[in-house]
Design a protein around this ligand. Structure first.
Ligand code: RP5
Length: 172
């Protein structure tokens, strides 16, 4: 029996936010994992630099909106995850997106090196980081949702079971 309290209508436990439309091809991999695990989420474009008021309203209202975990992706001078983390105590998972000549190294360093007291859980650059942010959001929610914990374990087991014992010439 799950101890999870289902979200009220319209509430999404996970918010996936990103600085730009151009981040979506990366950030959609977080959404894909949540879809596979049956976790409800919202997606929003929120830019620290271009829409700072929208960012502030989102971060200050995130808890009241019913969000439990925030996934924030941004490229370049990626201030979005850290600025959102400055305005909420919800867990913030930061995803560096590779969109500039520096190929995500810039956003990784912008996101990861937070001052003590304002944590951002920083994932890998790009698709792998977005995908793992989705999985990590699910594992956080699974702490209080036994059914989700079972789905997450099954998801991981399926990946394990999908690894062949030996390589073949043409895997397709
Ligand atoms: C960042 O600048 C966004 O997160 C995006 O990764 C990057 C480039 O944005 P666009 O110029 O493509 O809108 O703020």
């Amino acid at each position: 029996m799950s101890s999870h309290h289902a979200p009220r209508s319209g509430e999404a436990p996970v918010a996936i936010i990103m600085g730009s439309q151009s981040d979506w091809p990366t950030m959609r991999h977080a959404a894909d994992r949540l879809d596979e695990l049956g976790v409800v989420y919202e997606t929003k474009i929120v830019s620290a630099h271009r829409t700072p008021d929208r960012m502030t309203a989102f971060a200050k209202g995130a808890e009241d909106a019913g969000h439990k975990v925030i996934i924030a992706g941004a490229g370049g001078a990626a201030h979005l995850p850290g600025m959102v983390a400055a305005m909420t105590t919800l867990p913030v998972l930061g995803v560096p997106v590779s969109v500039t000549a520096l190929q995500g190294q810039d956003s990784l360093l912008s996101i990861v090196q937070m001052p003590a007291g304002v944590p951002v859980g920083t994932l890998a650059i790009g698709k792998a980081g977005a995908s793992n942010a989705g999985l990590m959001a699910a594992s956080i929610l699974a702490l209080s949702d036994d059914d989700l914990a079972d789905r997450l374990k099954a998801w991981r087991q399926a990946r394990t079971d999908g690894v062949a014992a030996a390589p073949v010439d043409d895997p397709t």
